[in-house]
Design a protein around this ligand. Structure first.
Ligand code: HEC
Ligand code: HEC
Length: 319
């Protein structure tokens, strides 16, 4: 009884009360700080997860909307668009974890492209700007097309979040950029304006072959600069004559050709590709590895022999 009474009637000294007060405030503060800190870590982990989801969603937008002009691996497509995965364009970045586990980006090599054109904002903002509203004029005659406007505000198909996602995807190429010699680099502003070499006029046979190319609908899947539709299912044939020579010399062709004798001239290769598309599957198409069975396999029945000769002569003349 007397103990309880003592406790109840206990009057701590003034200093003791102040001390207790101070200590409890200190404890309260550290608890708050601890909760705050762990919450920040959680927020940062959330942010990193959010960013990786954005990159994933951006990849899909890229393959649907951008790959046909900028290449399946961001390497660019001749005449249609510059590489976006080149070190020249994206620079080189590293992901670093700071002490709070936040992943942040460190720019190791900045984009040379931004310096070249004098853009003062970030790479991400440049990508968003071009994608959203396009480029009002062709900056160089090396390009056959004007940049499409993708933003909904500009009549395009993409929402703002999709454009930010595709920008995240492209910036992310910076972790592992393509060496510049493996990508198509854009000309500097004001360069690349020299007129293209005057095309050598086509012979009557080649001209007739061009008409066969158009009439047979090859352009639905293939692209030849300035000729008909610009299909992006099969390889572009801007330099088909030169490419055919490279193909027959390649180990890939020599080891994979099947059911047909290996072609020995570019003309033979082109004829073989038209009549027996599955005899050899070209490795790279605009949207990824080429697929068998896409190109029609009945051209032998559909194209009269004289037309076929002309078509082959036309494609072989493209160098
Ligand atoms: C029809 C072809 C085409 C499509 C589709 C296309 N682009 Fe482009 N893109 C181009 C061309 C051509 C250029 C160069 C234009 C110029 O400089 O005049 C370019 C340039 C760019 C540039 C600036 C590159 C540099 O080196 O300055 C960015 C960024 C870009 N495109 C992003 C995209 C994104 C993202 C998509 C998909 C949402 C896309 N493009 C779809 C043709 C295309
Ligand atoms: C439905 C789409 C489609 C159509 C139409 C089509 N092609 Fe193809 N073509 C492809 C695909 C896909 C490939 C790559 C796969 C392969 O090697 O068979 C290809 C490959 C080729 C190649 C080899 C190219 C290279 O880089 O080695 C030639 C040549 C070719 N096509 C010519 C033609 C011609 C000429 C026509 C019209 C008579 C035509 N194609 C119509 C889809 C098509």
């Amino acid at each position: 009884m007397s103990i309880i009474k003592k406790i109840i009637t206990f009057r701590p000294s003034f200093t003791l009360r102040i001390l207790t007060g101070l200590v409890s405030i200190l404890i309260l503060l550290s608890v708050c700080t601890f909760i705050g800190l762990s919450d920040r870590t959680r927020l940062n982990v959330r942010a990193a997860q959010f960013e990786s989801r954005a990159i994933e969603a951006g990849a899909k937008v890229y393959y649907d909307q951008c790959a046909r002009c900028h290449g399946a691996n961001g390497e660019g497509v001749e005449g249609l668009g510059p590489g976006l995965a080149s070190e020249f364009f994206v620079g080189r970045i590293e992901l670093v974890r700071d002490e709070m586990q936040q992943q942040s980006i460190r720019v190791v090599v900045p984009s040379e492209r931004l310096k070249q054109i004098g853009w003062t904002g970030s790479l991400r903002d440049y990508i968003i700007a071009v994608t959203e509203s396009g480029i009002p004029v062709k900056t160089s005659n090396v390009w056959d097309v004007n940049h499409p406007t993708f933003g909904e505000r500009y009549g395009g198909p993409l929402r703002g979040d999709q454009i930010r996602d595709v920008a995240s995807f492209i910036v992310n190429y910076g972790l592992n950029p393509l060496p510049n010699d493996q990508a198509i680099l854009p000309p500097a502003p004001g360069e690349g304006q020299a007129a293209r070499p005057t095309p050598v006029p086509l012979t009557p046979e080649q001209e007739a072959g061009k008409q066969v190319y158009l009439a047979q609908g090859c352009a639905a899947c293939h692209a030849i600069r300035g000729v008909g539709a610009q299909g992006a299912i099969g390889p572009n044939m801007n330099r088909m004559g030169a490419v055919a020579a490279e193909r027959i010399a390649s180990d890939d062709y020599k080891s994979k050709i099947q059911g047909q004798p290996p072609a020995t001239t570019p003309e033979e290769y082109i004829r073989q590709s038209i009549l027996y598309p599955n005899a050899y599957i070209v490795p790279q198409c605009p949207q990824g590895p080429c697929q068998a069975n896409l190109m029609p396999r009945n051209y032998a029945q559909v194209i009269p022999p004289q037309d076929l000769d002309n078509l082959v002569a036309y494609l072989a003349s493209l160098k």
